[in-house]
Design a protein around this ligand. Sequence first.
Ligand code: UDP
Length: 329
Amino acid sequence: MKSKNNRHVLITGGAGFIGSHLAEALLARGDVVMIIDDLSTGRLENIQHLRDNPNFSFAIDTITNELVMDRLVSECDLIFHLAAAVGVQLIISDPVRTIETNILGTHAVLKAATRYRKPVFIASTSEVYGKGERVPFHEEDDRVLGPTTKSRWSYSDSKAIDEFLGLAYYHKFGLPVTIVRFFNTVGPRQTGQYGMVVPRFVQQALRGAPLTVYGDGDQSRCFCNVRDVVRALLLLAGTPAAVGEVFNVGSIEEVSILELAQKVRMLEGEQQSEIVFISYDEAYAPGFEDMQRRVPSIDKVTRFTGWRPQISLDETIQEVITYYRAEES
Ligand code: UDP
């Protein structure tokens, strides 16, 4: 039953890393949350603690199931579309799944949302900028991508098509669509299984295993705590002017991957883990292309909402360590 005051929010990919944190934050402020997740990369454990909440419900299904999506979309006031194939490792190993999940999935969400005119937030990624070298990346910057023979770039293009499609639905049908490009989001519940570096380093350090730095470790990223990212999403959802716009959401605290490995080792107190360097060819695939630096400009999201990240990288690493210590004990 719909109550008057609380918003009913649908999260696709709600059992995933970011989706489960978003669900938690929405429930905490009294919203009613429905999620749909096919558990391909999401996990029931991520939402286990929410299952007894009367304001929470979930459907284990794919977002391309039209009947299920039709019902869920008809019952909600707002959609966060986070279901996607993500993670460099996954993309390299299964580009068909990446392309199909991302493009067909987003198309299905937009079609259903248009039927009921429901606002949609589409999760996109800093990968859309590709290997552009001029940092920080602004939302209107050109995209610089490698050839189609390198499957990494299929992720960038699949999410760019999602963005094009979302903006096209906004312009053609007046569907309220907002695009949010996440930059290296990290925190508890993120798994290292699909390549993400922070959970990988933390788990390696906890096992006393070598920390695997790919390349020379001089490449840098900005890691943003998932709680900061969720706060940005909630602020954007309360900002009518955000409709039809694209926003970077990420940290601006830049760290090289070698420094990251050293930080993880120090914070974990596991000085005996050595740091080993592994070539990209060996880590991913022959001819793999990485980006050297990736830094967002967050001027636009700050201008629209006042949002800035508040949680430091050290604090975030500590949270991830605490999470994995508890998981592994
Ligand atoms: N990386 C690494 N060791 C690992 C996993 C990743 O050195 O075990 C590197 C990876 O090559 C990239 C950076 O860490 O330069 C961030 O990788 P991630 O997959 O987390 O995110 P990306 O920014 O590549 O999307």
